[in-house]
Design a protein around this ligand. Structure first.
Ligand code: NDP
Length: 295
């Protein structure tokens, strides 16, 4: 069997197009465009790239982009004060504080300051809690993007066995909650799981969010499984070039799975597209408008 490649890039492009198409109706109803504020502290090179891409994508979707770049000497109090200012700014519908934050700054305390209605990353405990109890919530972008890819591929997720490898608050746990909401039977595996291969082998759906290059082997998979690889592991290749590898051994997994996301070009492009979607959803809710359809 040779698995179908799930084209996250194409899906993300479509989603971004649908968001951009819905922005004019918001602007007409409210007299302004939705606004996303991104806060970057320090010089982390990967974060700089992410923030630049987010800024560009926000403008392309017809939204306002408010960028705040602060030196890595910024104190926690200064950062909290900025978030409070953004909470009060009516032009700002979404606030994203780029992680990781410099040493000495407690990211939990900063995220707790974000107004939950503007928490487009879905990291605030109010949104995590709402997701857990089945209420409408702003949901973390990467797992929501994974769910969109799964729903696009599978007509129904109900009753399927889903195995999520990884239990971070950013990916693994919200992913498991989303799959549970779709009536999957969900198993969460992590670094203390004994016999990971056997657990992975139960999954009709396998979502890998581990951060270990090619940890999950094709031979572990149930034949026909749908595999979503969140992993983004940068490895030094020949000639100093960096290679991006997923958490799943793509070559062997492609022989067993029915569909799989490649790395790059799978989950990665979904994150920013969902961030724009979440910003428009947050903006609509703040303005008392119904959420745009088809997002
Ligand atoms: P974390 O490091 O926060 O969590 C990793 C999880 O994997 C932990 O729960 C850990 O278990 C588990 N784990 C580690 N080693 C093993 C192992 N050998 N066997 C089983 N489980 C293991 O990572 P994130 O969730 O933030 O990210 C995971 C991956 O996804 C990374 O590669 C990251 O770069 C990528 N990522 C990609 C995004 C995108 O595409 N846009 C966005 C976010 C992340 P334990 O809890 O026991 O320590």
């Amino acid at each position: 069997m040779s698995a179908e490649r799930i084209d996250g890039r194409a899906f993300a492009e479509g989603l971004r197009g649908r968001v951009a198409a819905a922005v004019p109706a918001f602007a007409q109803a409210t007299g302004r465009n939705p606004g996303l504020a991104v806060v970057l502290v320090g010089e982390d090179p990967a974060s700089q790239i992410y923030v630049r891409s987010k800024h560009k994508a926000t403008l392309e979707a017809g939204m306002e982009s408010f960028e705040h770049r602060l030196p890595d000497t910024t104190s926690q109090d200064e950062l909290v004060a900025l978030v409070e200012q953004l909470n009060a700014d009516e032009r700002v519908d979404g606030i994203l504080v780029q992680l990781p934050l410099p040493k000495g700054v407690d990211d939990k305390a900063v995220i707790a300051t974000i107004e939950p209605a503007k928490d487009v990353d879905g990291f605030h405990v109010v949104n995590a809690g709402k997701l857990a109890v089945g209420e409408d919530a702003l949901v973390s972008c990467t797992p929501l993007g994974c769910l969109m890819l799964l729903k696009d591929r599978l007509s129904s997720l109900s009753g399927l066995e889903a195995v999520v490898v990884g239990r971070s608050n950013i990916v693994g746990k919200p992913m498991a909650q989303l799959l549970l909401r779709e009536n999957c039977t969900v198993t969460i595996a992590h670094s203390r799981t004994s016999d990971l291969a056997a657990v992975v082998g139960r999954g009709d759906i396998v979502v890998a969010a581990v951060g270990q290059p090619e940890l999950i082997k094709g031979a572990w998979l149930k034949p026909g499984a749908v595999v979503i690889d969140v992993g983004m592991n940068r490895l030094e290749g020949e000639g100093g070039k960096t290679r991006l590898l997923g958490d799943v051994e793509f070559a062997t997994a492609s022989e067993v799975a029915s569909a799989i996301t490649p790395v790059p070009g799978g989950v990665g492009p979904m994150t920013i597209a969902v961030l724009l979607r979440n910003t428009l959803v947050a903006a609509s809710a703040r303005a008392g408008l119904r959420p745009p359809e088809g997002l």
